[in-house]
Design a protein around this ligand. Structure first.
Ligand code: SAM
Length: 254
């Protein structure tokens, strides 16, 4: 899978992602991250990419033309107002605090694409006209304001790449992680069996797979109810787990 990142700080994106699991996936050719400097597409002699906002107000706005040229260099071809994003073009994600808030379900959906383009804003944001012309998805990573879209694009690329077949090894499988079945992950333990007077739960040492699975499901439910109760609304539980959840709610009421 190929990730293109249109940014003013390509080295930040490249260095930030080329480590650990993603670095290994890049070296193996499973994913590729190509950070492109929007400034290279400025025709201004001082390589400016921003200008004052019409109507006044604080800060600067990223100008449309360098971004558009940068986009065209990635998609080879011209767009027009009639057909802003022709079929076959990769989706273009603009990172913005007013976008749809990113989650695991979106990561899984984006991972089905062969290619994605991310547009990182800076300063006060980006001229609306170029957004209208090239962007297909507006995504936020949370209800707070960051200085640029670089960290959000890196967050998204990490989460999406983990869903691309071959990026995680069997041992690192994402299937049991938080949000994959709609619940938060159960507690994890490793050696030693006793640490600071606390023992690993007995069931995990039993070698009884069904009991371990049941214990993990119940702890996932406990944790989700405690920290993110709103997630329980969208979760499908088997009969046994549904009964456990009902009993838990009833015990909380008493
Ligand atoms: N003036 C903008 C607003 O109020 O919506 C904020 C601009 S912010 C300082 C600069 C850039 O950082 C944005 O254009 C966007 O690309 C990125 N950014 C900031 N916070 C973000 C968030 N929560 N999610 C995604 N991108 C964000």
């Amino acid at each position: 899978m190929k990730f293109h990142v249109m940014t003013l700080f390509p080295e930040m994106v490249e260095q930030g992602l080329h480590t650990s699991i993603l670095g290994r996936a890049m070296d193996a050719g499973i994913i590729c991250v190509d950070a492109v400097n929007i400034r290279d597409f400025s025709e201004d002699k001082h390589r400016h990419v921003d200008d004052y906002p019409y109507g006044g107000g604080a800060g600067m706005v990223m100008a449309p033309e360098p971004i558009f040229k940068c986009y065209e260099s990635l998609t080879a071809g011209s767009t027009s107002a009639d057909e802003p994003v022709p079929a076959g073009r990769p989706r273009v994600i603009y990172l913005t605090p007013w976008g749809r808030v990113f989650n695991q379900k979106m990561a899984k959906e984006f991972a089905k694409e062969e290619e994605l383009i991310f547009l990182c804003g800076h300063y006060e944001g980006v001229d609306e006209r170029v957004l209208e012309e090239i962007v297909t998805d507006y995504v936020s990573i949370g209800d707070y304001v960051l200085s640029g879209g670089e960290l959000p694009s890196m967050v998204m690329i990490d989460a999406i790449a983990r869903m691309v077949p071959g990026v995680l090894t069997n041992e690192e499988s994402g299937e049991t992680e938080s949000f994959m079945n709609g619940l938060l992950e159960y507690p994890q333990y490793t050696r030693p069996e006793e640490w600071h007077g606390q023992k690993v739960p007995e069931v995990l040492l039993s070698g009884h797979h069904a009991k371990v699975a049941e214990w993990r499901m119940q702890r996932s439910i406990d944790r989700t109810v405690q920290y993110r109760p709103e997630l329980m609304d969208g979760v499908e539980l088997d009969k046994k787990s549904a009964k456990y959840y009902r009993d838990l709610l009833n015990s909380e009421k008493e």
